[in-house]
Design a protein around this ligand. Sequence first.
Ligand SMILES: Cc1cc2nc3c(=O)[nH]c(=O)nc-3n(C[C@H](O)[C@H](O)[C@H](O)COP(=O)(O)OP(=O)(O)OC[C@H]3O[C@@H](n4cnc5c(N)ncnc54)[C@H](O)[C@@H]3O)c2cc1C
Length: 487
Amino acid sequence: MQKQTDYLIIGAGIAGLTAALHLSKVGHVVVLTKGKAHNANTYWAQGGVAGVIGKQDSFESHIEDTLKVGVGHCDEAAVRQMVVGAPKAFQFLQSIGLEIESEPFMEAGHSQSRVWRSSDFTGRDVLGVLLKAAQRNRSIKIIEKHEAAELIVHADQCLGAFTRPSDSNTTSLKPYFAKQTILATGGLGQLYHKTSNALGAGGDGLALAVNAGLDLQDVEFVQFHPTALALPKNGRHLLLSETLRGMGAKILNQHQEQFLSHFDKRAELAPRDIVSRAVFIEEMHGPVYLDMRHIDSNHVEKKFPNIFEALTAYDLNLAKDLIPITPVAHYACGGVPVDLHSATGLSRLYALGEVARTGVHGANRLASNSLLESLVFAKVMADHLAKKFGADQLNASDLEMVETPAVVLESIDQVKAYSARIGKIMWEHVGILRSKNSLEKAKKEISKLPARDYRIQHRQIAAYKIILACLARSESLGTHFMSKDID
Ligand SMILES: Cc1cc2nc3c(=O)[nH]c(=O)nc-3n(C[C@H](O)[C@H](O)[C@H](O)COP(=O)(O)OP(=O)(O)OC[C@H]3O[C@@H](n4cnc5c(N)ncnc54)[C@H](O)[C@@H]3O)c2cc1C
């Protein structure tokens, strides 16, 4: 029997699960997740959710800050939709059980304290309440460890996805048909050798969209975060939140000297891209450290209990030790272009969250805007789709015409080896500093990888599209920094 649902959501992070909860009020929802449900970037978000709540702040100020950080490359209508949607988004989170702290935090680029946390691991708390609500909801079925390998495209519309269990050796795909399909596959940090991103964030959604005939937009704008722990574990680097620098953390070079003021007068509080470049350049000479030893240790532990605790696994004390840091690939500002309802250029296909290019982030993302973007755009999309419900039936004869492809699988070690190869090429040639020569080199190396397995192909396609986008933008803008120094 054919598998079919009203809404097929690919991805169970904040974007996918928020959409699922809203859409479950009108129809049946199936949510696929490539790994276990907590394996998502949402789980790792530390800073919080930006939003204007209360009278001391204003929507106009949040809009202005977002546009400024996006260096004139944002879509103002999308920014406005996100900012104005914040109060309802917070009400939604509270309605499903999230407890939000009473005072907001300040983060770089914001002119007001407007980043709201539930703890210093807000993402984990948010994902926790979303998952609980979705698991309780009879109209939502979450299928873990089940991945989309290809979108079903027939007669210029998306009819669902071809899927397979992620852990199996099966080379046969199964079609999952849906009236509306929503890509919510998250980011692309795992295309880089060093990243803060979850293991599943390898740009799958970008490749699925490209294979379905769509273009990508703004994918050259990959945001790098300056302060991740330099010691990788389980394929990612632990993030050391920006709010630590907001609280006075210093960044020191190998001689234990502050050096950021040589790069920007705002020093430790300069925007992420500037601090990332500075740390990247300094680390060519020796290790770089984050230092909180001058701050009251009780205060540090009280404000950042989870980061404090996470560091103990590395035998490090956040308040007493120099913490070795490195910049990492962190966030995709661009992606699959969508309109204000999150509709892509392909009928019946929507995109939400980090995989989507809504125009909110422009050439650089204002800290803590991404969780808000997912919450607001998911609600707007669900309201839009609810109005179509009933009038969007699938045509049975279309489904009969669909032919299921077979796939070629390599061993998991091969997939890992190729992913590591792509990660190195992207880090070295398409990373924090780029040049025409380095990008041409990366293009050549990526295109000659013999990718037969779709899991490698997905990474290859996403990486290739990023390189092409970088090459098309010869001048530096936002996170995209072209440098002659690396030629
Ligand atoms: C360390 C860290 C800290 C951050 N801190 C903040 C913060 O403080 N504030 C803020 O606003 N933002 C923050 N961000 C960014 C923010 O967390 C992400 O942009 C956001 O969570 C993305 O949500 P998402 O739902 O789009 O993707 P994710 O949460 O990454 O979920 C993606 C889902 O897609 C699934 N998936 C992927 N490919 C497939 C496939 N082929 N088939 C099936 N399923 C698939 C994955 O399994 C996963 O379930 C942070 C990010 C990181 C990594």
